[in-house]
Ligand binder design. Structure first.
Ligand SMILES: Cc1ncc(COP(=O)(O)O)c(C=O)c1O
Length: 374
């Protein structure tokens, strides 16, 4: 136990140095207090909880090119610095811990979840560390790299005909229905976190991402912009920030109907998830962006900021561009949910980057996270 604690302290310190060494990161805030927010069950002494302990405290970096930050201070929260490479490490760790705490998830059980990728990748990573099996109901439209990453991480994939996001509405919710049916028949074998309904999804952002943004902007944030998937991020961060300062504007970005932006959902073609329904009022404005606008913005972020973002980051910046004229000066915080590493085939298909340009960026772009084995 003493040996494990020592390793954990050393790893924490390495992460701290890595972040503090980069002068473009603005204040990271109180790392230790936030780490304490990870529920206790995740920190059992007989498991390697190192990775789950590293969730959150992601860097906030200023976008400096005139294309984005000419008149306003725009900061991107780089969520690909989370374990498993996305913002979904937050709800995944909280939902697993909540399941353990309530006795719904016990040793020997299988975690079953409908997911379009990132939640599944994070669940697979943490489940392996904690000794659970994983089965995921996943839409066939999800990128081949994502499916490969999940399979190589040890997850069993149940591929459904949903086009991209598992949909919530009747008749279109194959991934969710399939996962639900399996656990209904075998409740002793399966635990389904269900990110669309689980309050721990909201809490992971309300207790983690929101306070981090508040501290990193020294309480000055004026506008918060993010994409909608389950609604956990926008309701969690939005609720926390508005409790601190009710004048902060919260803007949601949704993709067009029949979109190709992994992780996000269009609310006109899909029912509003429970997590979002519970606190819908926190959203001041919703902006809709097209695939073209989103992928164009991925390209702009690469060319002008030397970043390597995923499609949802492009969507969020396309949304930002649509509302920028009406925004106050002062920190505007946008969420960049994951990086481009799972989207080589998508970017090729949509002509975002040539293979050569993609490889060049993969090697040379700023703010790469450490490579990880899933
Ligand atoms: C990659 C990715 N997935 C999902 C989401 C949506 O998150 P949530 O499910 O919390 O609404 C985002 C938000 O920007 C994202 O970037």
């Amino acid at each position: 136990m003493r040996y494990l604690s020592l390793i954990t302290i050393v790893i924490d310190r390495i992460f701290q140095i890595r972040r503090e060494c980069n002068e473009e990161f603005i204040s990271i805030g109180s790392r230790n207090r936030l780490q304490m927010d990870v529920p206790a069950a995740a920190l059992q002494e007989n498991v390697d909880a190192t990775s789950i302990r590293q969730v959150g405290n992601t860097p906030l970096v200023q976008l400096t090119h005139s294309r984005f930050g000419e008149e306003k201070d725009v900061f991107a929260k780089l969520e690909w610095f989370n374990p498993a490479g996305s913002l979904k490490a937050r709800p995944a760790s909280w939902m697993i811990s909540a399941g353990e705490d309530r006795g719904l998830l016990k040793k020997g059980m299988t975690i079953m979840e409908p997911t379009s990728g990132n939640t599944g990748i994070a669940i697979t990573k943490f489940a392996r560390q904690l000794g659970y099996k994983v089965e995921l109901a996943i839409p066939e439209g999800v990128s081949s790299e994502t499916k490969e990453k999940l399979r190589s991480g040890g997850a069993k994939l149940l591929v459904t005909e949903d086009d991209l996001c598992p949909r919530v509405g009747p008749g279109t919710d194959q991934s969710i229905a399939l996962a639900g049916a399996l656990i209904h028949n075998h409740p002793d074998q399966y635990y389904m976190p269900n990110q669309y309904e689980n309050e721990a999804n909201f809490l992971s952002h309300y207790r983690g991402t929101g306070p981090e943004i508040w501290e990193q902007t020294h309480g000055k944030v004026k506008t918060f912009i993010t994409g909608i998937g389950t609604g956990g991020t926008i309701t969690g961060v939005g609720t926390y920030l508005k409790e601190k300062d009710s004048s902060i504007r919260v803007i949601a970005v949704q993709p067009q109907k029949n979109h190709h932006i992994q992780g996000l959902r269009n609310l006109d073609e899909s029912e509003v998830p429970e997590v979002l329904k519970r606190r819908y009022d926190v959203i001041d404005e919703t902006v809709t962006v097209t695939d073209d606008e989103s992928f164009h913005m991925v390209n702009e972020l690469a060319n002008n900021e030397n970043l390597f973002p995923g499609p949802s980051s492009g969507a969020v910046m396309a949304g930002f561009q649509k509302v920028v004229g009406s925004l106050d000066n002062g920190p505007i915080v946008v969420i960049f949910g994951d990086d481009a590493s799972k989207y080589k085939s998508v970017y090729k298909e949509f002509g975002v980057f040539t293979t050569e340009a993609y490889e060049k960026l993969r090697i040379n772009s700023r703010f790469q996270r450490d490579s990880e084995n899933y």
